[in-house]
Design a protein around this ligand. Structure first.
Ligand code: 5GP
Ligand code: MN
Length: 336
C-alpha cells in the first residue's frame, strides 16, 4: 500500500483516469463519482466514469451525467479505458467481486488503484486507500480528499458541491442516520456555501416519482407488507410479474424497505425482489441488530450494520421461506 500523500504528486501531471463504482449505483455512488470527475477535469486530467450497470433516472440530472459510460452498454470501450488508464478510482465498494465482470478487468489493469470507501472489510486490491467506516458516505470522503489531501477547497464549484451534497443526503437518509455527526453537518453547510442548492436537490431526487411508481408503493404497502410482530420484523416480497405490471424500472424500488422499518416497534425490515437474473435482498435494521450479518451468512452479501443487501440464486418462495428459520435464530436479539 502506498501513502495517500504521494497520490497528490502522482496527480500533479495530467493523467488518464477511470472512476468506477458499484452496480446499480445509488445517490452516493453517482454523487461521489461525478463529484470526483468534475474536480479531476478541472485539474486537467482525462477522466471517464464507468458504471457496471445503469442507474435510476432521479440521479441523471447530476452535472456531467451525460459523460458517464455504462459498462454493459459500451463493454469494449470500457474494457479498453480500464486497461489503458494510469489510475482507477474505485468508489463506494470494497471488493472487486462486487463489480461483477468489470472487476476482472480492473484487477488486471496496470493502472494504480485508489479505494475511497466506507464499507466494512475492504478486500485490499488497491494501491492507495482512503477508507473509514466512520464516514457517513463516500461523498464525505471525496470532500475530505479534495479539501485535506489535495488542499484544494477552492476548486469545489457548484457542480462538485451539488454532487457531493447528493451523496451525503442520500446515504444519510436525509441527514438522520447515526452517521450524521456534527462534522457531517459542517461539511454539508460548507457544500451549501459552495453552491449546492439543497431545496432543489431534495426535489430532484425525492420528488421525481412517476404515477406508476407511487401506485406501486401503495400496492406494496397495502397488499405485500407482512408484519411479524413476534420477531419485530416486516417483510415485503415483490415478484417479477409485479415489477412488469407496474412498469417498475431501475431505482424505483429504492426506499420501499424503509417504510417497513417505520412501523413502531419494528427492528428489522426485509425487501425481497425477484429480478430477472437473481433474487435481490435489501435489509434494514435499527440499533445494534446486524442486518449485514444475515446478508453475509445467508445471501452472499454484506453492507453496513443497519443497511445491508445480498442476493440468492434460489426461487423467491424459498428465499422468503428461509426467513422462517432465520428469524427464530435471531429472535432473542430482535426482541431484546
Ligand atoms: P441496498 O439495499 O440499498 O441495495 O443496499 C444497502 C447496502 O447493502 C449497500 O450500501 C451495500 O453496502 C450493501 N449491499 C447491497 N447489496 C449487496 C451485495 O450484493 N453484496 C454486498 N457485499 N453488499 C451489498
Ligand atoms: Mn455509500
Amino acid at each position: 500500500m502506498l501513502e495517500l500523500t504521494s497520490l497528490k504528486e502522482f496527480l500533479a501531471e495530467p493523467k488518464q483516469i477511470v472512476i468506477t463504482t458499484h452496480p446499480k449505483p445509488d445517490g452516493d455512488a453517482m454523487g461521489s463519482s461525478l463529484g470526483l470527475y468534475n474536480y479531476l477535469i478541472l485539474k486537467g486530467h482525462r477522466v471517464n466514469v464507468i458504471t457496471p450497470t445503469d442507474y435510476p433516472s432521479f440521479l441523471q440530472w447530476l452535472p456531467n451525467n451525460d459523460k458517464v459510460m455504462v459498462y454493459t452498454e459500451k463493454t469494449d470501450e470500457s474494457q479498453h479505458l480500464v486497461a489503458t488508464a494510469d489510475l482507477i478510482f474505485c468508489l463506494d465498494f470494497n471488493s472487486l467481486v462486487r463489480i461483477d465482470e468489470m472487476g476482472n478487468y480492473v484487477r488486471e489493469s496496470k493502472a494504480k488503484k485508489v479505494l475511497i470507501d466506507h464499507h466494512l472489510e475492504p478486500e485490499g486490491f488497491e494501491d492507495y486507500r482512503l477508507w473509514t467506516t466512520s464516514a457517513c458516505a463516500t461523498a464525505q470522503l471525496i470532500y475530505e480528499f479534495i479539501v485535506n489531501e489535495m488542499g484544494e477547497r477552492q476548486f469545489i464549484n457548484e457542480e462538485i458541491a451539488s454532487c457531493l451534497y447528493t451523496g451525503i443526503m442520500t446515504d444519510t437518509g436525509s441527514f438522520r442516520f447515526r452517521s450524521t455527526t456534527s462534522n457531517v453537518h459542517r461539511i454539508v453547510a460548507d457544500l451549501i456555501d459552495l453552491g449546492a442548492d439543497n431545496t432543489l436537490i431534495h426535489q430532484l431526487v425525492y420528488d421525481d416519482f412517476s404515477e406508476n411508481r407511487l401506485r406501486f408503493l401503495g400496492h406494496c404497502l397495502l397488499n405485500k407488507l407482512e408484519v411479524l410482530n413476534d420477531y419485530k420484523s416486516a417483510i415485503i416480497v415483490i415478484t417479477k410479474q409485479e415489477l412488469e405490471e407496474y412498469e417498475i424500472s431501475t431505482g424505483d424500488t429504492e426506499g420501499i424497505v424503509n417504510y417497513a422499518l417505520s412501523i413502531t416497534g419494528i427492528r428489522l425490515a426485509i425487501l425481497i425482489i425477484e429480478r430477472t437474473d437473481v433474487v435481490k435482498l435489501s435489509v434494514r435494521s435499527t440499533g445494534n441488530f446486524p442486518a449485514n450479518e444475515i446478508c453475509k451468512k445467508y445471501f452472499n452479501g454484506g453492507g453496513h450494520k443497519n443497511a445491508a443487501g445480498g442476493f440468492s440464486d434460489q426461487s423467491i418462495e424459498s428465499v422468503r421461506e428461509k426467513f422462517d428459520l432465520i428469524l427464530p435464530e435471531y429472535k432473542t436479539q430482535l426482541i431484546e
